[in-house]
Ligand binder design. Structure first.
Ligand SMILES: Cc1cc2nc3c(=O)[nH]c(=O)nc-3n(C[C@H](O)[C@H](O)[C@H](O)COP(=O)(O)O)c2cc1C
Length: 169
């Protein structure tokens, strides 16, 4: 099987000290908005961050977010709760799909990225809401630091036939 961007994608947490071109950032967002959503709600919003102070601040919002401090850019995937039924929680899947699409498109663009989980940790999402003064109907979902990779990670074959069940479990 071809090692396309889906197969090659790995979490990248160390980036070169150079900016990401605006055009590439736009490609990530274009790709994200091609993702599937329940009832075609497209309930997403994307906050693109290149501000150093904001990256520093975000790196302190979770004990697993240190890598955000030196990222040249990041995308915060968020849900607009006015555009979905908040009670069904389909939006969690919608935002997961969009977040994964950004990771794959980053690989496609020659960039590296990592998914930093924010939702459903209230102590993380509340810090993002406060820092960016988000309205109540905007819930941050994940933070994606991204940039040019300091080094490539090797391909890891994770295919496990024992996890696949043909016709019966
Ligand atoms: C929902 C979710 C939350 C994650 N949160 C973090 C995080 O807070 N910090 C981090 O460094 N990596 C985080 N990751 C990345 C995982 O650690 C990573 O995907 C996993 O170790 C597999 O490695 P790979 O992405 O290189 O294939 C998260 C991934 C997912 C899907």
């Amino acid at each position: 099987m071809e090692h396309n961007s889906i197969m090659r994608r790995r979490s990248v947490r160390k980036f070169e000290d150079r900016p990401v071109e605006q055009e590439k950032l736009e490609h990530l967002l274009r790709a994200a908005m091609q993702s599937p959503t329940a009832k075609d709600s497209r309930c997403w919003e994307f906050l693109v961050i290149t501000d150093r102070a904001a990256c520093e601040a975000i790196s302190k919002m979770s004990e697993y977010a240190m890598c955000a401090a030196k990222a040249p850019a990041m995308v915060i995937t968020m849900v607009n709760l006015h555009n979905t039924d908040p009670d069904t929680l389909w939006w969690v899947e919608d935002l997961s799909a969009a977040t994964q699409t950004i990771l794959i498109q980053a690989e496609e663009e020659g960039l590296g990225a990592v998914w930093l989980g924010m939702y459903p940790r209230e102590e993380r999402t509340s810090q993002l809401q406060a820092y960016f003064q988000l309205p109540e109907h905007i819930m941050p979902f994940a933070v994606i630091p991204l940039g040019y990779k300091q080094k490539e990670k090797p391909f890891e074959d994770r295919f496990d036939p024992a996890k696949v069940h043909w016709d019966t479990f």
